[in-house]
Design a protein around this ligand. Structure first.
Ligand code: KG4
Ligand code: ZN
Length: 347
């Protein structure tokens, strides 16, 4: 089954063709990061307009690169939640229209489930159940993936996402948006013990995270040193901050793996590209004697191949969208989009 998939939940317009959920025939991404860098963060209205400008070209490019024609496509998928509502609506409506025009099913996909599915592309041998640490610009959570479309959240951030914390700290350090990758690169060779930063515990919720205190501590450290005219050792600050984020995430993920008895662990989302977190996760998995799957950096950030991968498993379960399918700015990943309705177009 060949699925033409779209992702437009934030500032990447992406299209891909994926065969049977595992084999990527094409995968193209148009990033708006340079545009939003002018404002230090994503401007939702600008994101929606840019998606509109490029989505047709991205669809053509994905088809052309796949070597397939429109007639070879069996279904069209798009991220339908969560994300910036205007941005989501561009990809969703484009995909619904394409499915309607081609007379094939439309498959709505949850963005978090798609991030998890990036692992199915990278690791053909991987199948649920497993425990997945999903860390992105908008979400930080521990998900028990019981089956391809059965996900249970066992812990999550109470405030900011890990990516938001990285981006905020990077911005204060004068790094360009989105700063996570730049901060990571800067941390190489830094002393991770030079600037002790706080870790938070959420009482009564051992697998929940919090990053707002860490963010405030970094803000105060940077502002105080500027006021006192004391230069900061930037590589060491980057290394100390990365250590603090990793210390918040990895031990909790480890604890959840033990308590819930998972022997297979995965990681997903843009922040999964972070070198410190990848290192700490590898050491943790070795200690636990668990199998660990970390996708290549190219599959960690937002892309449409992961949407096409998850869409296949949603389709197998009958989770097909109606032509009235809406987008949602927020939605729990445990909820599946409805099964086929009567106005569903099928081949
Ligand atoms: O998953 P993603 O592409 O988009 C969302 O769904 O949010 O994640 C983007 C986030 C941004 O906050 C970005 O700074 C962060 O991932 N990121 C990193 C690294 N690469 C990307 N954070 C830390 N270290 C990295 N190497
Ligand atoms: Zn994402």
């Amino acid at each position: 089954m060949n699925i033409l998939a779209f992702e437009s939940s934030c500032d990447e317009t992406a299209a891909a063709v994926v065969h049977n959920g595992r084999r990527v025939l094409s995968d193209v991404v148009s990033s708006q990061a340079d545009i939003h860098a002018l404002y230090g963060g994503v401007v939702p209205e600008i994101a929606s307009r840019r998606h509109l400008e490029v989505i047709c070209a991205m669809a053509d490019k994905a088809l052309e690169k796949s070597g397939l024609s429109r007639r070879d496509i069996d279904a069209v998928a798009a991220t339908a939640a969560p994300g910036l509502i205007g941005a989501l609506l561009v990809g969703l409506n484009f995909a619904k229209s394409a499915a309607f025009a081609l007379g094939i099913p439309f498959i709505p996909v949850h963005h978090i489930r798609a991030h998890v599915a990036a692992n199915y592309i990278a690791f053909p041998e991987l199948s649920p159940p497993f425990l997945c640490l999903v860390i992105s610009g908008g979400h930080s959570l521990i998900a028990a993936v019981r089956d391809y479309t059965e996900i249970e959240i066992v812990g999550a951030s109470r405030d900011d996402a890990a990516g938001e914390a990285f981006d905020k700290c990077a911005r204060l350090m004068g790094l360009p948006y989105p700063g996570g990758a730049a901060l990571d690169a800067l941390s190489a060779g830094g002393d991770d013990l030079k600037y002790p930063l706080p870790c938070a515990n959420v009482s009564g919720a051992p697998y929940d995270f919090s990053f707002s205190g860490l963010k405030t501590a970094a803000v105060n450290l940077i502002h105080n040193s500027a006021q006192k005219n004391i230069p900061l050792d930037m590589p060491s600050l980057a290394a100390s901050f990365s250590k603090a984020v990793s210390d918040e995430l990895v031990p909790r993920f480890c604890g959840a793996a033990r308590e819930y008895g998972f022997e297979t662990l995965c990681v997903a989302g843009g922040v999964a590209a972070n070198s410190r977190i990848r290192r700490d996760l590898t050491a943790m998995a070795q200690k636990l004697g668990c199998g660990l799957f970390i996708p290549p950096v190219s599959l960690c950030g937002d892309n449409a191949a992961m949407v096409g991968a998850q869409a296949y498993y949603e389709f197998v379960k009958g989770h097909v969208g109606a032509t009235s399918q809406n987008a949602f700015a927020t939605m729990e990943p445990g909820i599946s989009f409805g099964a086929a309705k009567t106005d569903q177009v099928t081949k």
